[in-house]
Design a protein around this ligand. Sequence first.
Ligand SMILES: Cc1cc2nc3c(=O)[nH]c(=O)nc-3n(C[C@H](O)[C@H](O)[C@H](O)COP(=O)(O)OP(=O)(O)OC[C@H]3O[C@@H](n4cnc5c(N)ncnc54)[C@H](O)[C@@H]3O)c2cc1C
Length: 379
Amino acid sequence: MTRAEFLKYLTMTSAGVAVSPLIKLSPSIAATRAETEVVIVGAGAAGLMAGYELQKQGISYRILEATNRYGGRVRKAEGFADFPIDIGAEWIHTDVPYELFADMVDDDDVSFDEAVVPYDPEEFFWEAGKMTKEPAESYIEYKFKNTTWFDFLDKYIVPDIRSNILLNSPVTKIDYSGETTIVTTKSGETYEADQVLVTVPMGVLKANMIDFVPALPTKKAKAIKANPYPPGLKVFIKFTNRFYPDAVAVNDSYYYDAAYRKDANSNVLALFIVGEEARVFTDLPNEAAIMKAVLAELDSVFEGKATENYVNHIVQNWSTEPYVRGSYSHNESHKIRKRILEPLDGKVFFAGEALNQDFYSTVDGAGFSALSVLEEMMG
Ligand SMILES: Cc1cc2nc3c(=O)[nH]c(=O)nc-3n(C[C@H](O)[C@H](O)[C@H](O)COP(=O)(O)OP(=O)(O)OC[C@H]3O[C@@H](n4cnc5c(N)ncnc54)[C@H](O)[C@@H]3O)c2cc1C
């Protein structure tokens, strides 16, 4: 990813800044639906926020998650450095983080004590053997200072819904041919639902990992295929010394000081690369090959200092995560999104980061997309 593309990503995802509107279900709807059984497929930001809202409304639901953890593309690594690391979503794409948190949690009794830091690093690009400083950007975004996006979901969203999350339950079939919908998992468990909310990543839908009965309408299947969902990875490298600037773009790679403005003494440089260009790393056969390529790129810029100061690393290749299979949607077509959003016979609905019309490719966008689809489901 070139720096320009990286900045486009940041600007795009924070377009208009402020906060997505909060969707609230009316109490009367909630009351009439108390007997409804909703099955949510996927426990990422979208699935968790959907469960949180249904819980508040007293509507019966359960969340089926394929892996042994919740959070999806929100994930943290602890113990690698002296600060927790966001190995998936990391930036808070707004200039009003506490307003965003308040809208996500929507509970007047909750106050937010996690510190956030503005992300406005000194940035460079490396070209033709020269390091050139970038002009300062006019927009500001944030990161958590001592915590992570995972901690946020874990503290404010998950406690009320934890007992309704079923881990290790990959959904393989959704049969909506009858009056109620039957959801089947890999181990053969079945769940009967009045309505199903599918929040799995585009990569899972593209790979046809869920068998829909009847099959998805041709137009929807085509829209899923057409939705750009490129590869992506993050790498975190611990070094004995800090020999790098706050951030530098090298070829298509964006390297940044992961400890920037955190309470940290560890020297951790991260690589963020998303887009077709990421294939130079994501398509390599294993972690060792990826690290070799990353260190070679850094050594070429920093005269061998990367290898010299190397301590340890984390490679998070999102493209090879079996239940993610890529990074996030790069789709700018509302038409494609609308097609994918269309429910199946009023029984099976779709939500998730790729399906938020305004804030796609973000944690909050994923969550708000689920709330907006819930409104349609219950209405
Ligand atoms: C490298 C990278 C960097 C990012 N950086 C940022 C950032 O800085 N800021 C930001 O706001 N956003 C960022 N994002 C985007 C953000 O992470 C996503 O938009 C958001 O987390 C997606 O939430 P989701 O619920 O839609 O999907 P996911 O988080 O992917 O959740 C979907 C869940 O469905 C589960 N699942 C899949 N298939 C099945 C199945 N068959 N049965 C049951 N469960 C299934 C998965 O295991 C997963 O838990 C980044 C993403 C990546 C990959």
